[in-house]
Design a protein around this ligand. Structure first.
Ligand code: UDP
Ligand code: MG
Length: 320
């Protein structure tokens, strides 16, 4: 039987949760192997995204002790999305299906058997969708909702409340890896791959240990990336705004010529000041949005690697 599963786990400073993550994922793997739902060659692949703590030491230790654990170490922090891509690039060589899951155990590992079942029934993409957001702060819940609404409005297809917890078949991963862009936003790209997809619902828990590796700044970057990687809507919006302002300008011009000829000349200082600041602001915002797109072109044309691997640790039996 050939249903080799590889679970790809990105880790960034996760020494506190890693032992528990290994325990839970290992248990699920063994259970599925015993039930003969997946091949005995199924594995877990940790990707250390340039951690500063003992994460890599732990991964290295696990790869020595356990045949079914492998590790990739980045030379520095390249970000969550790139860690996922690296893990999938490596795993797609020997796996028939790949599940990606965060290291912090927020995503319920018990949804894995259901994902596998769907895969065995012929589904290529199985999204893990959280059915609650109770564990999130009000702020995160609000901003997430706003983000999904915005993305929908500008025409990006996302599966709401699904993060990077999903199963992909070998051919879906191969298709995904054909998307060569540097500015990666997997959540938006996976639906573009097509193939038959399904969802598995689960309750998202609190982080098992440690703190979030996504501070507000990273979150805003991530959201901006999502928007500007998929849509030109902000530029269209600026165009609309510009046209509107030009129209007002023409009206004002007619008005002031009329005033001049009727003799009501005022000093006009306040209206001038207001216009300068207002239009200056609009211009700056517009420039920054356009700059964002140009920045994207800049990073894309350089074709820099998405990540650099420093070390790969597998047990001899790992790739068999
Ligand atoms: N992560 C990563 N690189 C980063 C930031 C995060 O590989 O630069 C990993 C992290 O170790 C975790 C996953 O991405 O496995 C999700 O991060 P986290 O749980 O901190 O995000 P949150 O759930 O708070 O959004
Ligand atoms: Mg988390």
């Amino acid at each position: 039987m050939d249903n080799i599963l590889t679970i790809v786990v990105p880790c960034f400073n996760e020494e506190e949760v890693l032992p528990e993550t290994l325990k839970e994922l290992g248990a699920i793997l063994i259970k599925l192997k015993n039930k003969e739902l997946i091949s005995n060659k199924s594995k877990i692949l940790f990707v250390d995204d340039g951690s500063k703590d003992k994460t890599w030491n732990l991964i290295e230790k696990y790869t020595k002790e356990l045949d079914y654990v492998g590790g990739i170490k980045f030379s520095r922090n390249y970000g969550h999305q790139n860690a996922l891509i690296a893990g999938m690039t490596e795993a797609v060589e020997f796996a028939d299906m790949i599940i990606t899951i965060d290291a912090d155990l927020q995503d319920d590992v018990n949804a894995i058997p259901e994902m596998i079942q769907k895969y065995l029934n012929g589904v290529d993409v199985v999204y893990g969708v959280r059915n609650n957001r109770d564990t999130d702060t009000v702020f995160k819940r609000r901003t997430a909702l706003l983000f999904y609404q915005l993305m929908k409005k500008i025409g990006v297809k996302l599966v709401p409340n699904s993060a990077d917890y999903r199963l992909l078949s070998k051919r879906a991963v191969q298709a995904l890896l054909q998307f060569k862009e540097r500015n990666l936003f997997l959540r938006g790209i996976v639906p573009l791959v097509g193939y038959k997809s399904d969802k598995v619902y689960y309750a998202r828990k609190d982080r098992f240990a440690g703190t979030s590796k996504y501070p507000l700044k990273k979150m805003i970057h991530f959201a901006m990336d999502g928007i500007t990687s998929f849509s030109l809507a902000p530029i269209h919006l600026i165009f609309g705004m510009g046209t509107f302002i030009v129209l007002i300008g023409i009206l004002l011009m007619i008005y002031s010529i009329f005033e001049k000829f009727t003799g009501h000349v005022t000093s006009g200082w306040s209206s001038l000041m207001i216009s300068i600041w207002l239009i200056g602001g609009v211009q700056l915002i517009s420039l920054s949005v356009i700059g964002d797109y140009i920045g994207k072109i800049f990073t894309e044309v350089k074709k820099r690697p998405r990540f650099t691997i420093e070390k790969i640790k597998f047990n001899e039996k790992f790739k068999q």
